[in-house]
Write a protein that binds this ligand. Structure first.
Ligand SMILES: Cc1cc2nc3c(=O)[nH]c(=O)nc-3n(C[C@H](O)[C@H](O)[C@H](O)COP(=O)(O)O)c2cc1C
Length: 185
């Protein structure tokens, strides 16, 4: 027996990343769950056109995808609650700059992908940025025989229906909530 949910987007849970870009000459990071794989070397991110990050991605024509582990859930939520226009979110992290793109990346995230902006689609209120992966940095500690081990990567999965974060093993925290801890920290 099935129940009709109407036109409900049921693709969640989605892996959630911190997208880095240089905005007005400074690193900024934004939480993004609306990610896509165009082909093996090409990804997409969908970013609301009002977000501060858009200015930097379009100007520098580069961005990074930083994959956080579950121990970064509070920082991930915070970067999805506050704007880089008002707060220096990059000060939370040890940041390094990619040689291949100039995009800022977060050392603590076990995987960082540098992307070159290939195309931008104007889609309703969102910009869909298509990025070519030009370099991927990976902590050796999550590799076995040169391959990423998912349980060691320990990614954060975002579930929209009840706005919650999950690990590969279960719920971690409430989204748009746990990061509030860092607002007045
Ligand atoms: C779990 C989570 C996922 C999010 N995913 C997206 C997304 O895919 N696209 C988007 O435009 N905003 C998304 N946001 C909202 C932005 O991260 C948020 O508005 C951020 O503060 C914008 O930062 P900026 O102004 O520094 O660019 C998400 C927020 C959270 C908490």
């Amino acid at each position: 027996m099935k129940t009709k949910l109407g036109p409900h987007n049921a693709l969640y849970p989605m892996p959630t990343v911190l997208v880095g870009a240089m905005v007005n000459g400074k690193p900024n990071f934004i939480t993004i769950a609306h990610l896509g794989i165009m082909d093996l070397g090409t990804i997409s991110i969908s970013v609301n056109q009002q977000h501060y990050s858009c200015v930097g991605i379009k100007e520098s024509k580069a961005f990074s995808l930083n994959i956080p582990s579950t121990d970064m859930v509070t920082e991930v939520d915070y970067c999805g609650i506050v704007s880089g226009e008002r707060m220096d979110k990059a000060s939370l992290f040890d940041v390094f700059i990619g040689d291949d793109s100039g995009a800022p990346m977060i050392s603590k995230c076990p995987v960082n992908m540098e992307c070159e902006l290939l195309k931008t689609f104007d889609f309703h209120e969102h910009d869909v940025y298509i990025g070519k992966i030009v370099q991927t940095h990976c902590d050796e500690s999550i590799l076995e025989n040169g391959t990423i081990v998912p349980s060691k990567l320990d990614p954060i999965l975002f579930f929209m229906d009840d706005r919650s974060y999950h690990g590969l093993g279960g719920k971690l925290a409430s989204a748009w909530k746990i990061g509030e801890k860092l607002i007045d920290a």
